[in-house]
Design a protein around this ligand. Structure first.
Ligand code: EPZ
Length: 431
């Protein structure tokens, strides 16, 4: 046999039909710890970030901070960042390709060096993901912005306060502007900002650094200063991981105590879970118990929206629930233009869905059937794992490296809850 090197890939193998039972602790929020890590570039003091999740995106961000000259120490779930020796204002294109959230380096690097050169992020599987609003902000703030050879070149001769209104609500666009303005003296105003809990968590950390930030509706006033201090900050719980476990518990008909939950960050998700027949009971101290109080889950209409609306990052997971609800449901994905790819995989498992642009209609079926399915992005992977938990027989979810970007050892947490799930490395022939 020719010794061709067989391609291998990590897969998750699931035997469906086991209800989840027990206790699980939610990790710190991926979409909060990333901007918090970038905020350390604004100071020379040491910063301590507690309850950081152990994720690929966090590792990539730490690698970038170290590439820029910072030192980072990890002890348990805490990251101690020493940004004193940050010397570079360049974020390589490879880094941005690996993790598009690296665009969050633009604001702090421009603030620190009055220059920044950052790789231009491409689109990804869920959409084109332009950053025109980020660049429009930097231009309005007085920066020269040039794009050439796949890089964004920013330069600001002197930093001045600005009154800027976003044309559309953007999470990392808001965060980039906040990071930049944190070191701009004088009062700036940002209008039509994102209000996600992760954005508010960043604001809390920036206040600890000495930035004055006040909020009225979607208008934020920011008064920055040059010599920002370090901070100690505990990352908020990951509301999307919590929502993922709630859906998994309800669809499997189990009962799980979920710890480290901020229910106040999950009102839209919990309301929908209760509407279709899930039960979410607040036990206090960040603990909830989730179960299912209807044998037949009810269909629903879900429209994704900016916070506090139903989060697009929960659309795929919730969609699996609707695939086994009794009746016809509809999802309208308002945030991203291509975030239904997981439904093509769910159809291989017997789901009855019709996709029409940003809308999908779902006819509930009694049971999904195990199959080999491909994951295309982080939340799609999670939805396929959930589908495997309830499908008849065996499901193989391929390309689960997507999962590792946003979930801390998901299969281990599920196994502890009684799921029959394991991660394998399969070679080309087996896949
Ligand atoms: C953040 O991405 C999150 N990522 C995403 O989570 C999340 O899905 C998204 O917000 C929406 O909630 C992080 O926080 C690291 P946007 P972001 O800018 O900031 C359009 C996950 O699974 N837009 O709020 O990139 C854009 O195309 C990830 O954890 C522009 O047109 O999202 C999209 O349609 C996936 N121009 C919409 O706005 C811009 O300049 C919202 O995007 C910026 C955005």
């Amino acid at each position: 046999m020719t010794n061709t090197t067989l391609s291998t890939c990590s897969v998750i193998k699931i035997e469906g039909g086991k209800p989840l039972k027990g206790k699980v602790r939610i990790s710190g929020s991926k979409n909060s710890v990333l901007p918090l890590l970038f905020s350390t570039l604004l100071t020379s003091d040491t910063c301590l970030i507690e309850d950081s999740p152990d994720l690929l995106d966090v590792k990539n961000t730490v690698d970038l901070l170290e590439f820029l000259g910072a030192k980072v120490q990890k002890s348990g779930k805490a990251l101690k960042v020493f940004p004193r020796d940050v010397h570079s204002f360049q974020t390589p294109i490879e880094t941005v390709r690996k993790m598009r959230a690296s665009v969050l380096s633009m604001g702090p690097l421009l603030a620190r060096f009055q220059r920044a050169v950052v790789g231009l992020p491409g689109g990804c599987s869920i959409g084109k993901r332009p950053i025109d609003q980020h660049l429009k902000f930097f231009s309005k703030a007085g920066a020269k912005v040039e794009i050439k050879e796949g890089y964004i070149f920013l330069e600001v001769p002197y930093k001045k306060p600005v009154d800027f209104s976003f044309d559309i609500i953007t999470v990392t666009g808001t965060e980039n502007a906040m990071l930049y303005l944190s070191s701009v003296k004088g009062k700036s105003v940002l209008r039509n900002i994102a209000l996600e809990p992760e954005v508010m968590d960043l604001a809390r950390a920036l206040r600890k650094m000495g930035v004055k930030i006040s909020l009225k509706g979607r208008v934020m006033e920011i008064e920055g200063k040059e010599d920002l201090s370090g901070f100690v900050h505990k990352v908020i719980p990951d509301r999307i991981e919590a929502g993922t476990f709630m859906v998994a518990t309800v669809v499997t008909g189990g009962e799980v105590i979920i710890e480290n939950v901020r229910l106040d960050h999950m009102e839209a998700v919990v309301a929908k879970i209760r509407e279709v027949g899930g039960q979410v009971e607040n036990l206090g101290n960040g603990r909830v118990v989730v179960s299912r109080n209807l044998k037949d889950l009810k269909p629903s209409y879900v429209e994704t929206a900016e916070y506090p609306g139903f989060p697009t990052d929960m659309q795929a997971q919730f969609g699996v629930m609707l695939c086994i609800a009794k009746g016809r449901s509809e999802i309208y994905e308002r945030i991203f233009e291509n975030r239904f790819q997981h439904f093509f995989e769910l159809k291989k498992m017997g789901a009855k869905v019709e996709i029409n642009g940003r809308r999908v209609s779902i006819e509930g079926v009694d049971r999904l059937k195990g199959a080999k399915v491909n994951s295309t992005d982080l939340r799609a992977s999670a939805s396929l794992v959930i589908a495997g938990l309830i499908a008849e027989g065996t499901t193989i979810v391929k390309d689960v490296h997507h999962l590792d970007r946003g979930y801390e050892r998901l299969e281990e947490k599920l196994k502890k809850l009684g799921a029959s799930v394991e991660r394998l490395r399969l070679s080309g022939y087996e896949i």
